[in-house]
Design a binder for this molecule. Structure first.
Ligand code: IPE
Ligand code: IPE
Ligand code: MG
Length: 246
């Protein structure tokens, strides 16, 4: 699973952070930062397609972001809906497979329908797998998987003994993707903020002070260079890895 960093990451997971500070630096409202962040997201998705990245998972709205001022939450949800309406056709043309991860029952039925339509329209594409995390939390994901497994045990579909890491993995989000090889967080904070807790166990972590609206294709290439310089040992010794690759 992308064990050799020299071949480049198959799956990149990003926390797109710093929109608010970007706007603040310009003396504008936070909404301007989100708008600029959205435009940049479009560019980075395109760049990942061009670079033949297999999977890209983006954190768009966390389960904790509901705590923001009502006006900002409203703006973000509205921007999300508008983005779905304006971008899906083009993404489909570019062969992108769109999925959403997170608890979507919290959203309006209109938004849920748009999400479902985007997924259905693009499900048979064979290009970049783009997963958007909305109302997503890593802890929610683990609890949600646990509930589904408990239900399957209760119904007798699986037995207690069958529960192992591979089975558990089938019940968390992104079960059909490879594990993220490279994690990127923009905006300077060095934390995971309840993102893909289960999935990031052995992911290479890249943090940059660059604010999301400024995270250009060149910045993405810097992250890829960082990744190429890593030796992924997965618990083994460096010598074992070198001999294994030789
Ligand atoms: C990330 O940027 C976007 C979302 C969380 C939706 P922020 O809005 O968190 O930007 P900062 O961290 O305040 O600069
Ligand atoms: C994480 O960013 C969530 C998204 C980028 C969608 P936050 O800006 O919400 O993270 P914290 O709260 O500063 O950790
Ligand atoms: Mg932030």
């Amino acid at each position: 699973m992308g064990e050799d960093s020299s071949s480049g990451p198959r799956h990149i997971a990003i926390i797109m952070d710093g929109n608010g500070r970007w706007a603040h630096q310009r003396g504008g409202p936070r909404a301007h930062g989100h708008q600029a962040g959205f435009r940049n997201t479009r560019d980075i998705v395109e760049a990942c397609g061009k670079l033949q990245i297999e999977s890209l998972t983006l954190f768009a709205f966390s389960s904790e972001n509901w705590k923001r001022p009502e006006k900002e939450v409203g703006f973000l949800l509205d921007l999300f809906l508008r983005a779905l309406q304006s971008e899906v056709a083009k993404l489909h043309e570019n062969n992108v497979v769109i999925t959403f991860i997170g608890e979507r029952s919290a959203f309006s039925s209109k938004l849920q329908l748009q999400m479902q339509k985007a997924e259905e329209k693009t499900e048979n594409n064979s290009g970049l797998k783009l997963a958007i995390a909305v109302n997503y939390g890593g802890r929610w994901d683990i609890v949600n998987a646990t509930k589904k497994i408990a239900e399957a045990v209760q119904q007798g579909t699986i037995t207690l003994d069958e529960i192992d890491q591979a089975l558990f993995n089938d019940y968390v989000s992104l079960a059909h993707n490879s594990e993220p090889d490279l994690f990127i967080r923009t905006g300077g904070e060095k934390r995971i903020s309840n993102y893909l807790l289960w999935h990031l166990a052995y992911t290479e972590l890249y943090f940059t002070d660059v604010l999301w609206p400024d995270f250009s294709e060149d910045e993405l290439k810097k992250a890829l260079e960082f990744y190429a310089g890593r030796q992924r040992r997965f618990g083994r010794t460096g010598e074992q890895v070198v001999n294994h690759n030789a």
